[in-house]
Write a protein that binds this ligand. Structure first.
Ligand code: GRF
Length: 222
């Protein structure tokens, strides 16, 4: 078996997506080794999840820095100490500088709670409900300097119900996040997904557009 892919996960919050990656690694379903979990917030719940799994954690509080450039320069130093082949943003609530993004281009991914390119930015569940959208979902994408605009790797779609609140819709979307983030990480770790100059390739072929995985589809088949 080839060597597991070294991964660094960046978080700001509760870390339920991080937990899925930890579980996948521990169950032997993901050929990765999470080398470190780094947070900009000392109170991020995900730090406790990492500690419980014996994964090294670091906190780099953004308030200690005068601006994004200085923060991101230090963040690169902290992340690079762990020599990651992949950097996973899992609810890291910071806009990253172009310099940071370029440093990790092709090995930096994010999960966003919408069917990109719809609803970039914040409050996606509220906006989908306000628009009367029939469907909503989540996307895993490679990160480029433009916010939430990078090439999509996988998406999962869920219905929006008439009586949905942002909370109920968020819960339905998060169930799918917890399926597609480990899937995307596995496909990258297995070398099956990569970012080329002309976009995402899966098994050597340009990825389908839109790369939607329906909520009903068994993602294990991939
Ligand atoms: C997720 O909903 C994700 O879509 C967004 O941040 C949230 C992180 O949640 N980018 P968690 O910390 O993984 O529970």
């Amino acid at each position: 078996m080839s060597r597991p892919l070294d991964v660094v996960v960046l978080i700001s919050g509760s870390g339920t997506n991080l937990q899925c990656l930890i579980d996948g690694q521990q169950r032997g379903e993901l050929p990765i080794r999470i080398r470190a979990v780094i947070s900009n917030r000392a109170d991020a719940g995900g730090l406790e999840r990492a500690r419980a799994a014996g994964i090294p954690t670091e906190v780099l509080p953004h308030r200690d820095y005068p601006d994004r450039e200085h923060y991101d320069a230090d963040l690169v130093r902290v992340v690079d100490r762990h020599e990651p082949g992949l950097v996973v943003l899992a609810g890291f609530m910071r806009i990253l500088t172009p310099g940071f993004v370029r440093h990790y281009q092709g090995r930096l991914i994010n999960i966003h709670p919408s069917l990109l390119p719809a609803y970039r930015g914040l409050h996606t569940h509220e906006r989908a409900i306000a628009d009367g959208a029939a469907a909503h979902g989540c996307s895993v994408h490679f990160v480029i300097p433009e916010l939430d605009a990078g090439p999509v790797i996988v998406q999962a779609r869920v219905p929006v119900h008439a009586d949905d609140t942002p909370e109920t819709l968020k819960a339905r979307v998060q169930e799918q996040e917890h399926r597609i983030y480990p899937l995307a990480v596995r496909l990258i770790a297995e070398g099956r997904v990569r970012l080329d100059d002309d976009g995402v390739h899966v098994d050597g072929e340009p990825a389908a557009k839109p790369p939607a995985i329906d909520a009903a589809t068994d993602v294990a088949a991939l």
